[in-house]
Design a protein around this ligand. Sequence first.
Ligand code: BGC
Length: 733
Amino acid sequence: MYRLTQEQKTRVKDLLSRMTLDEKIGQMNQESVSIVGGFDVPFEELIEMMTDGRISQEEFEKIMSTAEQDYHEDDIRAGLVGSLMVQDPRKCNELQRIAVEESRLGIPLMFGLDVIHGYRTVYPIAIAEAGSFDPDLFTRTARMAAKESRTQGVNWHFAPMLDVARDARWGRVSEGPGEDPYLVSQFARAKIEGLQGDMSSPENYVAACLKHYVAYGACESGRDYNTVSMATSMLYNSYLPPFKAAVEAGAATVMASFNDLNGVPCTVNQYTLRHILKDSWQFPGFVVSDANAIRECVAHGIAADEPEAGKKAAAAGMDVDMGTQIYKKYLREAVEKGEVPLSVIDEAVERILSVKMWLGLFEHPYVPEEAMDRYEVLPEEHRALAREAAEKSIVLLKNEGDILPLQKGQKISLVGELAASREEIIGAWAMSWRPTDCVSIQEGLEKAGATLEYFPCCGPESDIDEAQVQAACQYGDVIVAVVGETDAMSGEASSRADITLPGHQRELLQKLLASGKPVVTCLMNGRPLALQWEAKNVPAILECWHLGIEMGSAVAKVLLGEKNPEGRLASSFPAVTGMCPIYYNHPNTGRPGGRSKFTSRYLDAGFEALYPFGYGLSYTTYAFSDLQVEEQPDALQVTVNVSNTGNCAGVETVQLYMQDVTASIVRPVKELKGFAKVALAPGETKPVSLPLQKSDLGFYNDAGTYLLESGLFRIYVGGNSRDCLCQEVSIGF
Ligand code: BGC
């Protein structure tokens, strides 16, 4: 929990009173390590030149070989840098030593990095991990990432990513926990506890950074960085709750998003940054811009030039400028001219110094030498957690004829370039992993003792090798095809306009199916895919996402039946791309989708998700019965019996949804309000109780006011958002 003691607050105030204006602005300046020398254009442009063919890969590499990295040592010494992005502990110490021992006031640096789903130990991407519906797991993986990174100097994670995301075309759906505000809020709280909760030693915690504030997940058409227009009620009901939950849980920092919201870029948005975050929620930490975002306000067309963009950002409450040096270059003059009040600067710097104080950086600025190599060899405990997380995140989408689990002794033709990859299993944004730690699916199956032969055949970006396909079709009793996306196909700047299987992989599946052998498809991907054809034609589909370093072990266990799949979808899967955005908790329409033509539906795709939020099969089956809703003074006590009606033990995720049937504004058709995981032996039935506070039955209107309105409510309980038992109840407030 980010909170300062009185003594720490006094120390911050005292320090602030001794700072020059330049030193204050220095704290608001976050530098990236820049590449210098050898060329005359900015590094970003150099990359662009290579991408658009103005220079070749070889020319690029030649230029880079003569370039050097600029760590801004002189500016650090002069007190003009507050934070940097560096991930080498020795380099961090070297720079920290300059800040602490050679700058006038000795204020330590923060080192930030995108530790989205693990540092050295890479866990499943967030959209996958969220599908475990296991907040305790979210906490444990975050805690491990905090410990691993802090011993490498990284004391600030640009995570968790809390963007509610409902359009699978957007590449960044991979980084966040899905489409539902309640699940994302659970994830948010748990991650803050994991990153910041263990303050028993400075080596155990880091400052979290909630991003991207706000509504970035609603970028129009799923195209990255795109504009967002949204009713205030939708903002409050669906996009703000995870941030509010994380602020209440004590998060230390927030990152503003790239997008504009109703015409105002979030970088300079007084309404979201000042009114909501700092004034209404009383967020005590600091806000950082996204990379280069202050400069981008000129491209947005809301600032004539960099100085104006800087003034607008500072005035809106943007405390730290990531990467543009605009504050460093222009804020002093703006303050001297009275265009930015000194109080704005003082407030920002007090917030920044407070986070540094809370991190213990004034007492423990350096990474101890003996800690630096602690995770050189990954401890078994870390691998075990990566395995657990991966196993719990796998979702069984289809299992016709109970092809899965595979039978002992079955000969497997393992197909697909992704099946042998140690790189692609990591997913977008992982930076500090080692290929030697990774277990590919092929290695996982081999280690588990499966009888198999491997046939690459085709990957997301390559042609089909017919000879290999023929051989694969001949060898196995069963074909396991691993298909999907490379890790570069999701994440930032990786939107796709067609979210079917990329390349020739569907054709590959067609050829494999033509053999008449049973075909199991393992999907490795960073977003929901449009699987209409696969769902119709392939008998078994296992959604495996990008599961991190232990992906191969986890997938092998599920395929071979040593682990009964229990993961759920944290995001709806459309049948075809044109259904995007698609989400289960959409507002009601006057003509809810149905069979009739004149309802809200597509002529060629109906209206329902192919696989809805919360969906996931198991090797056993479950049944729900006897739903009871008991009204208590402040809560509804919801109970249901859950039975394992199949032949093996399993874990069912019991999901509680509600609908406000009559309200003063249109409400979602269903909203998740609780869940519980229950382990059941074959034939066993357990009662499950889920409390629902009456105060959670309300909603925000367009003025951002929370309302509790009396009337009829529907309470739903089931194993996914579509198939539920329902009971109606009238509630008076
Ligand atoms: C991304 C952020 C990230 C930042 C720093 C930006 O491009 O949008 O999510 O934290 O870069 O790497």
